[in-house]
Write a protein that binds this ligand. Sequence first.
Ligand SMILES: CC(C)(COP(=O)(O)OP(=O)(O)OC[C@H]1O[C@@H](n2cnc3c(N)ncnc32)[C@H](O)[C@@H]1OP(=O)(O)O)[C@@H](O)C(=O)NCCC(=O)NCCS
Length: 177
Amino acid sequence: MHKVAVRRLPARPRKRSKSHLSATHFARAATVGDAADVALILAQFADEGQLLPRTLAEIEAAISDFVVIVDGNDRVLGCAALTEYSPSVAEVGAVAVSRAAQGRGLGSLAVRGVEAMARRRGIPELFAMSRATQFFESLGYAATSLDRFPEKVARYEALAAQGIPVTPKSCFTKRLG
Ligand SMILES: CC(C)(COP(=O)(O)OP(=O)(O)OC[C@H]1O[C@@H](n2cnc3c(N)ncnc32)[C@H](O)[C@@H]1OP(=O)(O)O)[C@@H](O)C(=O)NCCC(=O)NCCS
């Protein structure tokens, strides 16, 4: 199975006493066979307005832009995706972890997996739209104005025109070293 060339990163040490998912969990490139699992994970958060809705067909079509977080049995517990708007503008989105596996560093692994993918593609900067301020700040992202990314504004306008509700979120950015 093809794996993303990202370092196998253990989850960060926790401040509180939590069971460890770390050593046996890692990020790998998603395959079409993962699309249904990714769709299930994203759907629960899209229903709550935390993520934009994505159909299974959309996920399958963009599967080469997805990273999944899997356990030792290759069970998909989380994901994240890279969306390229131009050679210099790209978004890390669709970041989600199954509820039972949250709080153990897997979301951070997913974002770092997408960052590694972006670096390999020569992308200098990522942005993210989220209400999870502390999550993105803990990964080195800083708040910025959405106006910097007119491609994203245009996408929101297109969704609104289709009647798809867009929940207000904050914009974050990070330059990739
Ligand atoms: C956001 C999300 C991906 C985090 O996944 P996770 O595996 O629980 O994240 P991590 O364990 O790597 O958390 C890293 C840090 O981010 C912060 N954090 C985690 N979830 C957060 C949330 N929902 N809101 C704000 N901060 C959060 C915590 O401070 C944590 O630091 P700690 O270790 O000191 O507690 C997960 O909560 C999720 O799936 N949320 C629903 C979808 C969503 O909102 N995605 C983001 C928009 S793309």
